[in-house]
Design a protein around this ligand. Structure first.
Ligand code: UDP
Ligand code: MG
Length: 312
Protein backbone atom coordinates (compact mmCIF):
# COMPACT_ATOMS: atom_id res chain seq x y z
CA UNK A 1 0.00 0.00 0.00
CA UNK A 2 1.51 3.32 -1.08
CA UNK A 3 -0.49 5.49 1.24
CA UNK A 4 1.14 8.35 3.06
CA UNK A 5 -1.34 8.20 5.89
CA UNK A 6 0.48 7.48 9.13
CA UNK A 7 -2.43 7.04 11.48
CA UNK A 8 -6.04 5.96 10.98
CA UNK A 9 -8.64 6.29 13.69
CA UNK A 10 -11.50 3.86 13.73
CA UNK A 11 -14.60 4.87 15.62
CA UNK A 12 -17.65 2.56 15.68
CA UNK A 13 -20.85 4.46 16.29
CA UNK A 14 -24.22 3.22 17.47
CA UNK A 15 -26.54 5.99 18.69
CA UNK A 16 -23.86 8.35 19.97
CA UNK A 17 -25.31 11.72 18.85
CA UNK A 18 -24.33 13.42 22.10
CA UNK A 19 -20.76 12.14 22.07
CA UNK A 20 -19.46 12.37 18.51
CA UNK A 21 -18.54 16.06 18.35
CA UNK A 22 -16.91 16.09 21.74
CA UNK A 23 -14.92 12.95 20.99
CA UNK A 24 -13.95 14.20 17.54
CA UNK A 25 -12.60 17.52 18.82
CA UNK A 26 -10.66 15.84 21.58
CA UNK A 27 -9.23 13.20 19.32
CA UNK A 28 -8.16 15.70 16.66
CA UNK A 29 -6.43 17.78 19.28
CA UNK A 30 -4.48 14.74 20.48
CA UNK A 31 -3.57 13.40 17.03
CA UNK A 32 -2.36 16.74 15.77
CA UNK A 33 0.41 16.47 18.35
CA UNK A 34 1.54 13.24 16.72
CA UNK A 35 1.11 13.65 12.98
CA UNK A 36 -0.66 15.65 10.32
CA UNK A 37 -1.10 12.64 8.07
CA UNK A 38 -4.11 10.99 9.58
CA UNK A 39 -7.66 9.99 8.75
CA UNK A 40 -10.68 9.50 10.97
CA UNK A 41 -13.15 6.80 9.98
CA UNK A 42 -16.59 6.71 11.55
CA UNK A 43 -18.61 3.58 11.06
CA UNK A 44 -22.30 4.17 11.59
CA UNK A 45 -23.64 0.83 12.79
CA UNK A 46 -27.33 1.36 12.09
CA UNK A 47 -27.89 4.23 14.51
CA UNK A 48 -31.48 5.39 14.89
CA UNK A 49 -30.61 8.86 16.17
CA UNK A 50 -28.85 11.78 14.49
CA UNK A 51 -25.39 10.15 14.58
CA UNK A 52 -25.16 9.72 10.81
CA UNK A 53 -26.07 13.34 10.06
CA UNK A 54 -23.43 14.54 12.49
CA UNK A 55 -20.77 12.28 11.00
CA UNK A 56 -21.61 13.28 7.43
CA UNK A 57 -21.47 16.88 8.45
CA UNK A 58 -17.99 16.39 9.88
CA UNK A 59 -16.90 14.64 6.70
CA UNK A 60 -18.04 17.56 4.57
CA UNK A 61 -16.18 20.07 6.72
CA UNK A 62 -12.96 18.12 7.06
CA UNK A 63 -11.17 16.31 4.26
CA UNK A 64 -9.64 13.83 6.69
CA UNK A 65 -12.96 12.49 7.85
CA UNK A 66 -14.42 9.37 6.29
CA UNK A 67 -17.64 7.60 7.04
CA UNK A 68 -19.08 4.17 6.39
CA UNK A 69 -22.81 3.75 6.82
CA UNK A 70 -24.00 0.17 7.42
CA UNK A 71 -27.31 -1.03 6.00
CA UNK A 72 -28.37 -2.00 9.54
CA UNK A 73 -26.88 -2.73 12.96
CA UNK A 74 -24.23 -5.40 12.49
CA UNK A 75 -22.58 -5.02 15.87
CA UNK A 76 -19.52 -3.36 17.31
CA UNK A 77 -16.96 -5.96 16.19
CA UNK A 78 -18.01 -5.83 12.55
CA UNK A 79 -18.09 -2.05 12.62
CA UNK A 80 -14.47 -2.09 13.74
CA UNK A 81 -13.68 -4.73 11.12
CA UNK A 82 -15.15 -2.54 8.36
CA UNK A 83 -12.94 0.28 9.54
CA UNK A 84 -9.88 -1.95 9.50
CA UNK A 85 -10.65 -3.17 6.00
CA UNK A 86 -11.06 0.34 4.64
CA UNK A 87 -8.36 2.27 6.46
CA UNK A 88 -5.11 3.28 4.81
CA UNK A 89 -2.94 4.19 7.77
CA UNK A 90 0.32 2.48 8.66
CA UNK A 91 -0.89 2.44 12.24
CA UNK A 92 -4.46 2.28 13.42
CA UNK A 93 -6.19 3.28 16.63
CA UNK A 94 -9.50 1.66 17.57
CA UNK A 95 -11.47 3.78 20.01
CA UNK A 96 -15.05 3.86 21.34
CA UNK A 97 -17.25 6.84 20.54
CA UNK A 98 -18.53 7.34 24.07
CA UNK A 99 -15.33 8.79 25.59
CA UNK A 100 -14.90 5.78 27.86
CA UNK A 101 -11.53 5.31 26.22
CA UNK A 102 -9.51 8.45 27.03
CA UNK A 103 -8.09 9.96 23.80
CA UNK A 104 -5.12 11.37 25.73
CA UNK A 105 -3.80 7.85 26.15
CA UNK A 106 -3.24 7.63 22.39
CA UNK A 107 -0.05 9.69 22.72
CA UNK A 108 1.52 7.21 25.12
CA UNK A 109 0.32 4.25 23.06
CA UNK A 110 1.62 5.77 19.83
CA UNK A 111 5.06 6.45 21.27
CA UNK A 112 5.26 2.96 22.71
CA UNK A 113 4.89 1.55 19.18
CA UNK A 114 8.28 3.06 18.32
CA UNK A 115 9.92 0.69 20.77
CA UNK A 116 9.23 -2.04 18.25
CA UNK A 117 5.73 -3.18 19.11
CA UNK A 118 3.01 -4.32 16.71
CA UNK A 119 0.22 -3.90 19.23
CA UNK A 120 -0.17 -1.60 22.19
CA UNK A 121 -3.46 -2.24 23.95
CA UNK A 122 -5.02 -0.34 26.82
CA UNK A 123 -5.60 -2.32 29.96
CA UNK A 124 -8.33 -1.29 32.38
CA UNK A 125 -7.08 -0.79 35.89
CA UNK A 126 -10.49 0.27 37.08
CA UNK A 127 -13.90 0.63 35.52
CA UNK A 128 -16.15 3.49 36.48
CA UNK A 129 -19.80 4.18 35.93
CA UNK A 130 -20.73 0.64 34.98
CA UNK A 131 -23.12 -1.36 37.07
CA UNK A 132 -22.06 -4.06 39.48
CA UNK A 133 -23.40 -6.82 37.26
CA UNK A 134 -21.37 -5.73 34.24
CA UNK A 135 -18.18 -5.34 36.26
CA UNK A 136 -18.50 -8.74 37.92
CA UNK A 137 -19.48 -10.65 34.78
CA UNK A 138 -16.70 -8.98 32.80
CA UNK A 139 -14.15 -9.80 35.48
CA UNK A 140 -15.19 -13.46 35.63
CA UNK A 141 -15.45 -13.78 31.85
CA UNK A 142 -11.98 -12.41 31.06
CA UNK A 143 -10.40 -14.70 33.65
CA UNK A 144 -12.35 -17.75 32.54
CA UNK A 145 -11.44 -17.17 28.91
CA UNK A 146 -7.77 -16.69 29.59
CA UNK A 147 -7.78 -19.91 31.64
CA UNK A 148 -9.32 -22.11 28.97
CA UNK A 149 -7.28 -20.92 26.00
CA UNK A 150 -3.90 -22.28 25.07
CA UNK A 151 -2.37 -18.85 24.44
CA UNK A 152 -2.48 -15.64 26.46
CA UNK A 153 -5.55 -13.47 26.02
CA UNK A 154 -4.91 -10.36 28.09
CA UNK A 155 -7.49 -9.82 30.83
CA UNK A 156 -9.52 -6.63 31.39
CA UNK A 157 -8.75 -5.37 27.91
CA UNK A 158 -11.18 -4.09 25.30
CA UNK A 159 -10.56 -3.10 21.72
CA UNK A 160 -9.04 0.28 22.58
CA UNK A 161 -5.57 -0.17 21.12
CA UNK A 162 -3.14 0.79 18.42
CA UNK A 163 -2.01 -1.79 15.87
CA UNK A 164 0.18 -1.68 12.79
CA UNK A 165 -0.29 -2.81 9.18
CA UNK A 166 1.11 -6.25 9.81
CA UNK A 167 -1.68 -7.00 12.28
CA UNK A 168 -4.39 -5.59 10.01
CA UNK A 169 -3.24 -7.70 7.07
CA UNK A 170 -3.43 -10.85 9.21
CA UNK A 171 -6.88 -9.87 10.52
CA UNK A 172 -8.09 -9.55 6.94
CA UNK A 173 -7.04 -13.15 6.36
CA UNK A 174 -9.19 -14.38 9.23
CA UNK A 175 -12.58 -14.98 7.67
CA UNK A 176 -14.59 -16.00 10.73
CA UNK A 177 -18.11 -14.57 10.87
CA UNK A 178 -18.16 -14.18 14.63
CA UNK A 179 -15.39 -11.78 15.44
CA UNK A 180 -13.66 -11.55 18.73
CA UNK A 181 -10.97 -9.14 17.60
CA UNK A 182 -9.10 -8.76 20.89
CA UNK A 183 -8.71 -12.55 20.99
CA UNK A 184 -7.72 -12.84 17.33
CA UNK A 185 -5.01 -10.23 17.81
CA UNK A 186 -3.75 -11.90 20.98
CA UNK A 187 -3.65 -15.22 19.11
CA UNK A 188 -1.25 -13.74 16.53
CA UNK A 189 1.56 -13.15 18.94
CA UNK A 190 4.22 -10.79 17.50
CA UNK A 191 5.27 -8.01 19.87
CA UNK A 192 2.46 -6.84 22.08
CA UNK A 193 2.43 -4.68 25.15
CA UNK A 194 0.02 -2.50 27.09
CA UNK A 195 -0.48 0.74 28.93
CA UNK A 196 -2.83 0.97 31.90
CA UNK A 197 -5.69 3.37 32.37
CA UNK A 198 -8.83 3.98 34.39
CA UNK A 199 -11.93 3.43 32.35
CA UNK A 200 -14.29 6.32 32.75
CA UNK A 201 -18.03 6.37 32.53
CA UNK A 202 -19.80 7.14 29.27
CA UNK A 203 -19.95 10.83 28.46
CA UNK A 204 -23.61 10.61 27.46
CA UNK A 205 -26.22 8.20 26.19
CA UNK A 206 -26.51 4.57 27.15
CA UNK A 207 -24.59 1.41 26.32
CA UNK A 208 -25.22 -0.24 22.96
CA UNK A 209 -24.22 -3.59 24.41
CA UNK A 210 -27.46 -5.07 25.69
CA UNK A 211 -27.31 -8.16 27.87
CA UNK A 212 -28.12 -10.26 24.82
CA UNK A 213 -25.30 -8.75 22.74
CA UNK A 214 -22.91 -9.08 25.65
CA UNK A 215 -23.61 -12.77 26.22
CA UNK A 216 -23.43 -13.52 22.51
CA UNK A 217 -20.09 -11.74 22.36
CA UNK A 218 -18.82 -13.72 25.35
CA UNK A 219 -19.89 -16.98 23.69
CA UNK A 220 -18.15 -15.90 20.47
CA UNK A 221 -14.97 -15.35 22.44
CA UNK A 222 -15.14 -18.74 24.09
CA UNK A 223 -16.17 -20.81 21.07
CA UNK A 224 -13.61 -19.12 18.80
CA UNK A 225 -10.67 -19.84 21.03
CA UNK A 226 -11.42 -22.85 23.16
CA UNK A 227 -12.82 -26.37 22.92
CA UNK A 228 -13.00 -26.56 26.67
CA UNK A 229 -16.84 -26.54 26.80
CA UNK A 230 -16.96 -29.52 24.43
CA UNK A 231 -14.46 -31.35 26.57
CA UNK A 232 -16.48 -30.44 29.62
CA UNK A 233 -19.52 -32.11 28.03
CA UNK A 234 -17.51 -35.30 27.55
CA UNK A 235 -16.21 -35.04 31.09
CA UNK A 236 -19.73 -34.66 32.48
CA UNK A 237 -20.72 -37.69 30.44
CA UNK A 238 -18.04 -39.78 32.12
CA UNK A 239 -18.98 -38.57 35.59
CA UNK A 240 -22.65 -39.35 35.03
CA UNK A 241 -21.80 -42.74 33.51
CA UNK A 242 -19.62 -43.47 36.56
CA UNK A 243 -22.43 -42.64 38.94
CA UNK A 244 -24.86 -44.70 36.86
CA UNK A 245 -22.51 -47.68 37.03
CA UNK A 246 -22.39 -47.50 40.84
CA UNK A 247 -26.18 -47.25 40.92
CA UNK A 248 -26.45 -50.36 38.74
CA UNK A 249 -24.24 -52.28 41.15
CA UNK A 250 -26.39 -51.08 44.03
CA UNK A 251 -29.60 -52.04 42.21
CA UNK A 252 -28.28 -55.55 41.51
CA UNK A 253 -27.13 -55.85 45.10
CA UNK A 254 -30.51 -54.92 46.53
CA UNK A 255 -32.36 -57.11 44.00
CA UNK A 256 -30.36 -60.31 44.49
CA UNK A 257 -28.62 -60.04 47.85
CA UNK A 258 -30.95 -58.08 50.14
CA UNK A 259 -33.95 -58.93 48.01
CA UNK A 260 -35.40 -55.57 48.83
CA UNK A 261 -36.56 -54.25 45.48
CA UNK A 262 -39.50 -51.98 46.16
CA UNK A 263 -39.17 -49.44 43.34
CA UNK A 264 -37.98 -46.05 44.60
CA UNK A 265 -39.74 -43.20 42.89
CA UNK A 266 -37.47 -40.48 44.29
CA UNK A 267 -34.20 -42.04 43.20
CA UNK A 268 -35.63 -42.80 39.77
CA UNK A 269 -36.82 -39.23 39.31
CA UNK A 270 -33.53 -37.82 40.50
CA UNK A 271 -31.43 -39.85 38.11
CA UNK A 272 -33.73 -39.21 35.15
CA UNK A 273 -33.73 -35.47 35.77
CA UNK A 274 -30.00 -35.38 36.40
CA UNK A 275 -29.08 -37.32 33.28
CA UNK A 276 -31.63 -35.32 31.27
CA UNK A 277 -30.08 -32.07 32.47
CA UNK A 278 -26.55 -33.10 31.66
CA UNK A 279 -27.62 -34.29 28.21
CA UNK A 280 -29.42 -31.05 27.41
CA UNK A 281 -26.46 -28.96 28.54
CA UNK A 282 -24.14 -31.05 26.39
CA UNK A 283 -26.40 -30.78 23.36
CA UNK A 284 -26.61 -27.03 23.95
CA UNK A 285 -22.83 -26.74 24.03
CA UNK A 286 -22.49 -28.72 20.83
CA UNK A 287 -25.24 -26.55 19.33
CA UNK A 288 -23.28 -23.36 20.04
CA UNK A 289 -20.36 -24.69 18.05
CA UNK A 290 -22.51 -26.08 15.25
CA UNK A 291 -24.39 -22.81 14.79
CA UNK A 292 -21.06 -21.07 14.30
CA UNK A 293 -19.90 -23.67 11.81
CA UNK A 294 -23.19 -23.13 9.98
CA UNK A 295 -22.75 -19.36 9.91
CA UNK A 296 -19.26 -19.74 8.49
CA UNK A 297 -20.52 -22.26 5.94
CA UNK A 298 -23.03 -19.75 4.59
CA UNK A 299 -20.15 -17.42 3.75
CA UNK A 300 -22.30 -14.32 3.75
CA UNK A 301 -20.59 -10.96 3.68
CA UNK A 302 -19.79 -9.81 7.20
CA UNK A 303 -21.58 -6.49 6.78
CA UNK A 304 -23.25 -4.40 4.10
CA UNK A 305 -22.40 -0.80 3.37
CA UNK A 306 -25.21 1.53 2.37
CA UNK A 307 -23.08 4.59 1.76
CA UNK A 308 -19.49 5.75 2.19
CA UNK A 309 -17.18 8.54 1.10
CA UNK A 310 -14.17 6.24 0.92
CA UNK A 311 -13.08 5.59 -2.62
CA UNK A 312 -10.88 2.59 -3.10
N1 UDP B 1 -21.30 0.05 19.13
C1 UDP B 1 -21.53 -0.30 17.80
N2 UDP B 1 -22.51 -1.22 17.54
C2 UDP B 1 -23.26 -1.81 18.51
C3 UDP B 1 -22.98 -1.46 19.86
C4 UDP B 1 -22.00 -0.53 20.14
O1 UDP B 1 -20.88 0.19 16.89
O2 UDP B 1 -24.11 -2.63 18.20
C5 UDP B 1 -20.24 1.05 19.43
C6 UDP B 1 -20.64 2.15 20.38
O3 UDP B 1 -21.18 3.26 19.70
C7 UDP B 1 -19.32 2.50 21.04
C8 UDP B 1 -18.60 1.16 21.08
O4 UDP B 1 -19.20 0.36 20.07
O5 UDP B 1 -18.56 3.40 20.27
C9 UDP B 1 -18.69 0.49 22.43
O6 UDP B 1 -20.03 0.27 22.75
P1 UDP B 1 -20.68 0.62 24.17
O7 UDP B 1 -20.06 1.85 24.74
O8 UDP B 1 -22.14 0.66 23.97
O9 UDP B 1 -20.26 -0.65 25.02
P2 UDP B 1 -19.77 -0.67 26.54
O10 UDP B 1 -18.68 0.35 26.65
O11 UDP B 1 -20.96 -0.35 27.35
O12 UDP B 1 -19.28 -2.06 26.73
MG1 MG C 1 -18.92 2.31 26.25
Amino acid sequence: MNSTIKLSLIIPVFNEEQNIIKLFNKVIEVINKLTKDYEVIFINDGSTDKSLEIIKDLSVKGDKVRFIDFSRNFGHQLAVMAGLEHCKGKKVVIIDADLQDPPDLIVEMYKKMDEGYDVVYAKRKKRKGENFFKKVTAKIFYRLLSNITSFDIPIDTGDFRIINRRIIEVLKQMPEQHKYLRGQIAWMGFNQTYVEYERKERHAGKTGYSFKKMSRFALDGITSFSDFPLKLATFMGFIVAGIAFLLILYALYSRFIIKDFVPGWASLMLSVLFIGGVQLISIGIIGEYISRIAANGRKRPLYLIKETNINE
